[in-house]
Design a protein around this ligand. Sequence first.
Ligand code: 9MR
Length: 570
Amino acid sequence: MIDVRVSFLLLSAALAFNLGCSSGTSEKRSTTSEDILINQIGYPVDAPKKALIRLPAATFKILDLKGETVFNGNTPQPKYWHLSGDSVRVADFTAFSKPGEYKLCVNDTLCSYPFTIGTDLYAELADAALKSYYYARCGVAIDSAFGGQWQRPAGHPDTLVMVHKSASDTSRPAGSTLSSPGGWYDAGDYGKYIVNSSITTWTLLQSLKLNLEYHKSQSLNIPESSNAVPDILDETLVNLSWMMTMQDPGDGGVYHKLTTKNFDDFIMPHKTNKQRYVVQKSTSAALDYAATIATASRIVREYQLTELADEMEQSATRAWDWAVQHPNSFYEQPADISTGAYPDTTYVDERFWAASELYLLTGKGKYKEAMLVNYQKPTTPKWDVVHPLGVISVLTSDKRPEFEQMENDFISYTDEMLEKEQASPYLISMDAYAWGSNSDVANDGMLKLVAYSLTGDQKYAVSAQNDLDYLMGRNATGYSFVTGFGAKTPQYPHNRIISADGIKEPIPGYIVGGPNTIVLNDCESENVVRSTFPAASYTDTECSYSTNETAINWNAPVVFLVSGMEVFLK
Ligand code: 9MR
């Protein structure tokens, strides 16, 4: 017979554990502590499992949901980080790998959010990160059959876009109109920008290439899900079709962006009616376009989309030719326009990227020459640092043997990242915080997964897991940065649709830009005071466009990293 008193105690202890409040017995009292930082989704069975503790705790325990201790560990001395302004100790429980749901506790009373040890932990996250692009589609209605409660009417048809005077020529004078529908909204704003679209689209295509079987098995429930191509390619084609309308058929040049003169208000897409413009042709737009469309041409050919592949090849080549004739058309924001600029001051990296993709597509010597002339050692990619994208394309192609030095440089860079991660109190390779810092961490993870796929050395995948752990909560802010995933996730991203749709839960699957101190006063009017330590300088407030915005280029490496971890470190 069960002892009623014992079973009551067990039950109340379990409840207290679940609810994070007192059970009435001091030894079982547990409070969720913001000073125990974990991956709030959890850890794959065979992955390294590390938490960070900001408390003076020399030991820690892992408890199961019944409140039973299943693992005891010691922590080393804390390490101070000048970027976060705090000291953390590593709690390593890699040795414990029994699937289940747990909390990590110190001093018997302070516990982390619950987390899981298991397999396929990131599958939903991978789907949601990719489906975020469906929700960001411009010019189409989001149907409830696919978008659930986040359904919305179509907005921004972009069939009568005006040519801005900065973009005018004799065949398309200022004030004339053209049609450039579709694609994805760039970010929290409703603009569409070629530079940022390019790195985003390429990253998704590269994820498809590297994790082919995984992406083939994904079903996102988007309108195209039942056709013969993987959903990631369907979604990417939505943006590629738009990008191709941004090329001037007359001269092959590419408009830098399609936006209103000033940012739209925080209202739904179908409620906006400001005139939209194509603005200035730029060399960066032409080269990024050439690189992305050339990459797409190779991939769609594999899916027997032959006509499209041919059209893309011709289009990419024309954009390259335009850029050769206009090598220094730097984007200059016109006085009457204030939307995003995506400006740049050097095109060496863009030229290398475009030349690489065109060489892989056509095999022509002139592109190989341009590659060699413009080569620089790879670093972490960004919208204005794109040569690493060309390096990845080359190293994951059949042309890899021609470029041994490039491979050495790539591996040296990833090895340097691993050294930095080992020295980092927060176990990441990033050592400077820029606008969109979360995407820098995700891009580091992407490079590590590429290094893993090239060398087969598990150490790179292990390090990429650390990047994912950081993004999902093991960071100085304690936020799991992807909406809808984790115990503490952004509720008020700087995103016009999420703000205006009237739905309490933000659309899931969006990573926010993350901490940095570039614009400390973006929420001044709301009296938000941010940390002056860059790693901790984040606020989940809508006004914080510099830390809490969503953006397509930030989500793409998350798709890559999370899908990759699903494959590499189950
Ligand atoms: O991601 C961009 C970041 O690197 C720049 O520092 C910042 C300021 O120029 O702009 C960011 O890009 C924004 C773009 O200009 C407009 N759409 C929203 C983007 C994300 O904030």
